[in-house]
Every structure is written in structure tokens, then in C-alpha cells.
Design a binder for this molecule. Structure first.
Ligand SMILES: [Zn+2]
Length: 257
């Protein structure tokens, strides 16, 4: 099988729709959109505010592909709204990429009712093209790798990497061994980082303690507590993502069969 080639020149970018933690609704639901030549390709997470912010950036459109990192409501609170919008307007158009381990719990949270429509006759999954995800998934000619992170239990939350282009941690404690295994091409590391850590989330001091300088230099912090907290993270030397900010990405590595 011939190698499949990812885009040679970098036409990729990542736009943050929101960068806040669960309490920082003013900063938006933590989510980001991978763009190729400014066209949205993949939405990462869909919290309560995400679809409105997505529509504001992309001419009122809905996403066509969504990856879910984990099942906390600030990351999936918009999926129910996405069901209603797609069921009536664009049924079956949205690919929903969900790590296999999360599918049963996602079903029981959002889909386990004979009356997802009050008149009946509809299954939640009729609206979507569900793509169960193991270690990898394709979107067009881009091959993403998915890895478990440290958040809310064993294999309960996942990050993803498009090798060469970017790594997105999702909610997590520090994962230096994972990053060193999955992000070996100097790609930017978009990473959960509040000013203060917690049992579920990385904080500034956690990253400074557990990541070598060469990794910290690549970190772009998101999922923080407030604008003021973000400024303090930035003052400590980390790059910071702000709501609506778009980052140009290096090209994805070519995929060898
Ligand atoms: Zn979470």
C-alpha cells in the first residue's frame, strides 16, 4: 500500500472556541477547532457554549466532525443541542468520534430514552454517524492518534495528537511520559493548565515540576480559571490560548502504511 500523504505545506490551524474550566463560563467551554485552509475540519469537545461560539466563527454553520475527549458536562453539554439541530436539519451529516470506552456511558447519559423526541420515533444515534475510536482515527487524509490521560479515572478521558501538527491534552493531570511517546516532532502542546492544580487538572506548578524545559517551551495553556489567572500563567513564561484565538500549526507528518 502506497504511503498516504498529509498536506505538505502547513495549511492547518487550531482555533480555540473556549478556554475556561468548568467554573469559568466567561471564557467559554473548553473546545477547539482544527481548520485546514481556514475551513473547519474537526471540533474537539462540545460544551454548553460551544455550538454558539462555533456558529459565530463559521457563518452560522454546524460542525461536521466532533471528537469527544471525555464525558464531563462542560465537554459534552452541547451534544444534546447538536442532536436536535442535526436530527431535523442535517441528519447523519455529523461524524461523532468517541473513544470506545466512553460509548456506553455516553449512551446512558444522553441517548437512553425511547422519547428523545417527545412524539417518539427517533433514536438519538439516528442523528449522527458514530465512529468508535480505539487508538487512531482518520478524518480525510489526516490520521489522528488517541491516548488516555489522567482525569477522572482509568481510561475515562483521552487526548489526541495529529503527529507533526499538534497535541491536545484534554482535561488531565501532567502526562510527561505520554507526551514524550506521542509528540516527538516538536509540535505545539495544547495543555490543560490552570493557575492552581487539582486532583483532576494540571496547574502551573505541576507542569513546571514535571515537564522538562524543552516540553514547557511547546506548551500552550488552556482550561484555566479566569482571565487574571491566564495572565499569571503567561507571566510565568507559558504561552496561553485565549477565547477565539487561532494558532497556525506545523504540517502533519506524512503517514506511512
Ligand atoms: Zn473534565
Amino acid at each position: 500500500m502506497a504511503p498516504t500523504t498529509a498536506p505538505a505545506e502547513s495549511t492547518l490551524s487550531l482555533r480555540f472556541l473556549g478556554v475556561g474550566n468548568a467554573r469559568a463560563s466567561a471564557l467559554g467551554s473548553a473546545s477547539a477547532v482544527l481548520e485546514c485552509a481556514s475551513v473547519p475540519q474537526l471540533l474537539i469537545d462540545c460544551g454548553p457554549r460551544t455550538l454558539d461560539d462555533y456558529a459565530a466563527h463559521y457563518a452560522g454553520e454546524l460542525p461536521t466532525a466532533v471528537f469527544i475527549t471525555h464525558l464531563h458536562m462542560d465537554h459534552i453539554g452541547g451534544v444534546e443541542q447538536l442532536f436536535y439541530r442535526t436530527y431535523f436539519e442535517q441528519r447523519g451529516r455529523v461524524q461523532l468520534f468517541v473513544p470506545c470506552e466512553l460509548i456506553p456511558a455516553l449512551h446512558y447519559k444522553l441517548a437512553n430514552s425511547p422519547f428523545v423526541l417527545s412524539e417518539g420515533g427517533a433514536n438519538f444515534w439516528d442523528a449522527f454517524r458514530l465512529v468508535p475510536v480505539g487508538d487512531t482515527f482518520w478524518l480525510g487524509n489526516l490520521l489522528f492518534k488517541v491516548f488516555p490521560v489522567r482525569h477522572s479515572g482509568y481510561r475515562a478521558a483521552f487526548g489526541l495528537v495529529l503527529p507533526g501538527a499538534f497535541l491536545y491534552s484534554g482535561d488531565t493531570r501532567p502526562i510527561p511520559e505520554v507526551i514524550e511517546a506521542y509528540a516527538v516532532a516538536d509540535e505545539p502542546l495544547f495543555h490543560d493548565c490552570g493557575l492552581h492544580g487539582s486532583p483532576a487538572h494540571a496547574g502551573l506548578a505541576d507542569l513546571q515540576r514535571e515537564y522538562p524545559a524543552a516540553l514547557l517551551r511547546r506548551v500552550v495553556a488552556y482550561h484555566y480559571e479566569s482571565d487574571a489567572a491566564g495572565r499569571q500563567i503567561e507571566a510565568a513564561g507559558l504561552a496561553l490560548a485565549r477565547p477565539g484565538q487561532r494558532f497556525s500549526l506545523p504540517p502533519a507528518l506524512a503517514v506511512e502504511a
